[in-house]
Design a protein around this ligand. Structure first.
Ligand code: G6P
Length: 482
């Protein structure tokens, strides 16, 4: 069973009032959905709409258990503590986190509600896999309610260095919450390291390699209330991936290939199409990318008559102040760059503030000579992997930020530090002028990685590790009767 803030589908209401469902945004759902469908899993999450009670239902082999959030909970738990406190803090304070006590209280209450619901729905001795920063208190709350369960947690975003994490007024409670799990997964080795350091610093608990031996109740600074048997918790990295085959299949289809040609044609058949695909989020470094591109146009190193940058910026968290400000800033920049460098025939940036269905995304990936991923901090960045998976022609160049988790694996990309604008410009020019043989060589190596390490392997690795740490109920019983 999966517990995550969002269900894989969002509730939408048409202008005439007809309700329907559309896929939820973001990497978490993209990654988990195929795994859960294959396993006929149960999924607890929110529908994306406030005050919208909906009965459990089945969708394409998934059992969905919607959890209702009130308008105030959406404001304080989701927009507030999750996305205006934890999100900026965990992404290296690119934006200033706000520490508001009433948001923390709402976060705790909503985490209790998720834990209550999971405790009701999970079968005896079942396995529950809790997802991401919105639900970090759930592992402990769930263990208190249901000690029979095996509990995994996966953090899809970075875990910050202790120097930053220690700003959080509730730093102890969050770590305690996470330590309720048997296995805590992170994207990068460095994230797991940061977490283990926080455990040592906050609780003076010994950690060996990637394992925390929980102290007995009352020992050190560990506040555990007593009835629990001694146990250990493992924290290590499991880099998430995508359903690679689904992208390969789409990219191989005649319809998608034709659509890619159509996109190139509609953009004026330029010699170079660059592409950015992001949620409109300040962590993604969209502005840095625009600056590098605009300077190359200004210096005459790129020509707007045969180059275009297509930027898909899908709407995200639109009521949070820092996201509103970012949208204004990005759209002002697009206007300026197009005003300064565009011609009647050609825009420098083709800016699209929409989400698109997967077929259309794959067609864009196939149409793009260069993919720009310039995140300032990113747990993984699945778009980088989606681009690679879609390039069944072994062509295209990936420019990838070293601050995205994907950089640990996709080493044949052109790796950049997005703060170093000259470095980004050099990488773009390298990509523009890269000979076909080098493009092929790099893309083949990148593809080999993404084909072998797909999301099925990710979830299998996590669940196998979980089963080793906490053997199934039947093996436990055998061991106890021995
Ligand atoms: C990231 C997070 C997910 C989140 C997604 C979309 O991928 O790791 O937990 O669901 O962004 O953000 P949203 O706030 O719309 O759920």
């Amino acid at each position: 069973m999966v517990v995550s803030n969002r269900l894989p589908v969002d509730r939408v209401t048409a202008h005439d009032g007809t309700p329907s469902w559309k896929p939820s945004p973001g990497g978490l759902v993209t990654a988990l959905e195929p795994v859960m469908r294959r396993n006929h899993g149960a999924w607890i999450g929110w529908t994306g709409v406030a005050d919208d009670p909906i009965e459990p239902f089945e969708s394409d082999g998934l059992r969905l258990f919607p959890l209702t959030l009130s308008e105030q909970e959406v404001e304080q738990y989701y927009e507030g503590f999750s996305n205006d406190t934890l999100w900026p803090l965990y992404h290296d304070v690119i934006a200033q986190p706000k520490y508001a006590r009433e948001w923390w209280e709402a976060y705790s209450r909503v985490n209790e509600r998720f834990a209550d619901r999971a405790a009701e729905v999970a079968e005896q001795d079942g396995t529950v896999w809790v997802q991401d920063y919105q639900l970090q208190l759930v592992p402990r709350l769930l263990r208190e309610r249901r000690p029979d369960l095996t509990i995994g947690f996966f953090n899809h975003i970075p875990f910050p260095a202790y120097g930053l994490y220690s700003q959080l007024p509730w730093r102890q409670q969050i770590v305690e919450g996470l330590l309720g799990a048997d296995l805590i997964g992170f994207q990068r080795r460095a994230d797991a390291g940061n977490f283990l350091r926080a455990v040592r610093r906050l609780f003076h608990m010994p950690t060996t390699h990637n394992r925390v031996e929980l102290l007995p109740a009352g020992a050190g600074r560990w506040p555990n209330s007593g009835s629990e048997k001694p146990r250990s918790v493992v924290a290590r990295h499991f880099p998430i991936s995508i359903d690679t085959k689904a992208y390969v299949d789409l990219a191989s289809s005649e319809a998608v290939r034709r659509r890619a040609e159509e996109i190139r044609h509609d953009l004026g058949d330029p010699s170079t199409i660059m592409l950015g695909v992001d949620r409109l989020d300040y962590t993604k470094g969209i502005g840095h990318r625009f600056t590098a591109y605009a300077e190359l146009l200004a210096e005459g190193k790129l020509d707007v008559n045969d180059t275009v940058l297509m930027q898909v910026a899908s709407p995200s968290r639109e009521r949070v102040e820092s996201y509103k400000a970012l949208r204004d800033e990005i759209e002002l920049t697009v206007g300026r760059v197009n005003g300064d460098y565009g011609t009647i025939r050609h825009s420098a940036i083709s800016y699209l503030h929409h989400g698109y269905p997967r077929e259309e995304m794959v067609a864009m990936f196939l149409a793009a000579d260069i993919m720009l991923v310039t995140a300032l901090r990113d747990g993984m960045n699945l778009v980088a992997k989606e681009y690679v998976a879609s390039r069944v022609d072994d062509d295209g160049v990936l420019v990838l930020s070293e601050f995205a988790g994907a950089a640990d694996e996709l080493k044949q990309a052109l790796l950049v530090n997005p703060h170093d604008i000259e470095g980004v410009k050099r990488a773009i020019l390298h990509a523009v002028h890269m000979p076909r043989s080098e493009r092929r060589q790099r893309m083949r190596a990148l593809r080999a990685r993404v084909v072998e390490h797909d999301v099925a392997r990710w979830s299998q690795d996590f669940l196998d590790a979980l089963a080793v740490i906490r053997p199934s109920a039947s093996t436990r019983e055998l061991a106890e009767t021995d």
